[in-house]
Design a protein around this ligand. Structure first.
Ligand SMILES: Cc1ncc(COP(=O)(O)O)c(C=O)c1O
Length: 306
């Protein structure tokens, strides 16, 4: 998806013009993929722009940094303020927000120097991640033959730049084969997640989603959906999902900050349920849209005003 530049990028506390936001080519983060990042969204609400679950995203950024032995040189409050300021100066009411912590260059080698942590934040307008057709008719998925990162290879619960080569291989393979996205399996043949989104199945009115112990990224949208479902009285089970169970689900949907809540139309050419947007998916998606647009008091705590 093409990027639409905005006036400024926040770099280590300074607002730098978009075209000048440069990093040295010898940063170890480029060579060895040692960096951590987040994907966040701000929405236009009736009370102005608001960032959805900003503090939880910052907490996950900090967790990812801990896994990679990086200390973020900014407090949570400073980062919240940086994001709010950046949305304001760029005049973005509704946008995608990308903080990234990486290493400044100094030494070269596979064991990078970890005390030169740099942080930048960019924002840009970003529409539907999987496209409008996927939103209305559901996305077409294929199970990838690339296995999802495991705890024995690259820590799956940290959102690390280098780890995404795994997701990218799966996504590129799926797109070249004519699909919207890929589902990735664990070493045991359980469904982990899509390349950049979590998976939910609906069976007999109940939700099933893989547990964090199956090597997924603990998605914040996933957590929001679990909270909605429980509040609506829909049973939710976090358990391993064998590949073939996806083929017999009544409904399936993906969740993610970029993707939001997208119905799944088919997996490996097998239609999921009746196609389109199933009733449970629709109920959760409508509620999600209401919440992020500030039209639901119950979850107002999740919105950080810009
Ligand atoms: C691999 C992966 N899984 C799941 C998600 C969904 O997480 P969230 O809902 O926090 O955006 C993402 C997106 O960040 C992701 O990259």
């Amino acid at each position: 998806m093409p990027l639409t530049p905005t006036p400024f990028i926040w770099m280590d506390g300074d607002l730098v013009p978009w075209d000048d936001a440069k990093v040295h080519v010898l940063t170890p983060s480029l060579h060895y993929g040692w960096g951590v990042y987040e994907g966040i969204r701000a929405y236009a609400t009736d009370a102005g722009s608001a960032v959805f679950r900003l503090r939880e995203h910052i907490a996950r950024l900090r967790d990812s940094a801990r896994v990679y032995l990086m200390e973020l040189p900014w407090t949570d409050e400073e980062l919240v303020e940086a994001v709010r300021e950046l949305c304001r100066v760029n005049g973005q009411e509704s946008c995608y927000i990308r903080p990234i912590a990486y290493l400044g260059y100094g030494e070269m080698g596979v064991a990078p120097q970890l005390d030169a942590v740099r942080l930048s934040i960019a924002v840009w307008p970003w529409g539907s991640y999987l496209g409008d057709k996927a939103e209305t008719e559901g996305c077409r998925l294929i199970v990838s033959n690339w296995q999802r990162n495991s705890n024995q290879t690259v820590p799956p619960l940290a959102k690390a730049t280098g780890a995404y080569v795994n997701s990218a291989l799966a996504k590129v393979g799926a797109q070249r084969a004519g699909y919207d996205d890929a589902l990735m399996l664990t070493a045991n043949g359980h469904i982990a997640e899509a390349s950049a989104a979590n998976l939910f199945l609906v069976r007999d009115g109940a939700l099933i989603t893989p547990p964090v112990s199956d090597g997924i990224l603990p998605g914040i949208t996933r957590d929001s959906v679990i909270t909605f479902a429980r509040d609506l009285g829909l049973p939710v089970t976090e358990r391993s999902i064998p590949r073939s169970e996806v083929y017999i689900a009544d409904e399936a949907f993906l969740t993610g900050t970029a993707a939001e809540i997208v119905p799944v139309a088919s997996v490996d050419e097998r239609p999921v349920g009746a196609g389109g947007v199933g009733p449970v998916t629709k109920q959760l998606r409508d509620l999600f849209q209401e919440v992020v647009r500030g039209r639901n008091e119950t979850y107002a705590r999740w919105l950080e005003c810009v």
